[in-house]
Design a protein around this ligand. Structure first.
Ligand code: 9UX
Length: 71
């Protein structure tokens, strides 16, 4: 069973930026799939078990972008 959540990602300016964020989120242990939409500045993350906001924020910030929880 997996859960899906969306996050707002700020600071991306090109497709490679979006790929960096996707890759960083995909590396988190509980994440099974991460997709980033550059145009809408949204990351969709599917995971098993728990995924903390802090974990997501740190992974995204380590790449030079910012994440916040989307509604
Ligand atoms: Mo291209 Mo996105 O250099 O930072 S990866 S703008």
């Amino acid at each position: 069973r997996t859960t899906e959540r969306r996050f707002r990602i700020e600071g991306m300016t090109c497709a490679a930026c979006a790929q960096r964020v996707e890759r960083a989120l995909s590396r988190l242990p509980s994440v099974v799939q991460a997709t980033v939409n550059l145009a809408t500045e949204t990351a969709t993350v599917r995971y098993v078990g728990d995924l903390s906001d802090d974990e997501v924020r740190r992974a995204v910030e380590a790449q030079g972008y910012r994440a916040s929880e989307a509604e």
